[in-house]
Ligand binder design. Structure first.
Ligand code: MG
Length: 221
């Protein structure tokens, strides 16, 4: 079980901390889910045991018959902070990677209908595959990145991070008004449109185009 973050171009490994995830942060995804742009960011957490390294198998738990991919830019935190202003937010960033917010859509829909938490739908083992982290000094503008998800060679999702509703500086500022951000914390910044089902035997590739990618096979428990 991977619980460390690998930094590109370095032997250094950082212990993985909290995993924050944003929901409904791309307008076209909000539309495809037939929901509304939230007045405040939608935030949920995954446990560190959800993390998965490149090449490892994503396992759909037996309780679900409908697992979805959500490709997302991941921000890694490199400095501890609380009540961080948007102006200083990038000082707290270690770097960026690509991740998949794997989701049990049937279980999540049940939870939504009943007003129950998403922990099972979003936090199961292998629900958070992430790439190595590209140091921030190699990425001039984190809102000018292309992210992509392909399944069995077919592109399912592709978008620019400029389409995010709440920008990274504001996400960091908002989260840090509630939670202490620690070194090794990860932030999944939301998915663009095109989410869809994956089944046993499928191969999923998530890319931060020009920088890094991860490849995972799907298995059903
Ligand atoms: Mg997501």
């Amino acid at each position: 079980m991977m619980k460390t973050i690998q930094l590109n171009g370095s032997e250094k490994r950082v212990h993985a901390g909290k995993i924050f995830c944003l929901g409904r942060n791309y307008e076209n995804h909000v539309r495809e889910m037939k929901t509304d742009v939230p007045t405040r960011p939608v935030v949920f957490l995954k446990p560190s045991t959800a993390l998965l390294g490149d090449g490892e198998t994503i396992v759909r738990p037996a309780i679900s018959g409908n697992m979805h991919h959500e490709v997302e830019l991941v921000v890694a935190i490199g400095k501890e902070g609380k009540h961080i202003s948007s102006d200083n937010a990038y000082d707290y960033v270690l770097g960026y990677g690509i991740g998949l917010d794997m989701t049990l859509r049937d279980i999540q829909n049940e939870a939504k209908q009943q007003g129950l938490p998403w922990s099972v739908a979003k936090g199961f083992d292998t629900s958070a595959p992430i790439s190595e982290i590209i140091p921030k000094d190699r990425i001039r503008d984190p809102h000018a990145l292309e992210i992509r998800c392909s399944v069995n060679g077919t592109i399912r999702q592709q978008s620019s991070t400029r389409n995010m509703i709440v920008t990274i500086d504001r996400i960091i500022s908002y989260l840090s008004s509630i939670f202490t951000l620690e070194v090794g914390d990860l932030i999944f910044t939301g998915t663009p449109e095109g989410v869809g089902e994956v089944n046993a035997g499928d191969v999923i590739v998530a890319e931060l185009i020009g920088f890094t990618k991860i490849t995972h096979q799907i298995q059903a428990a």
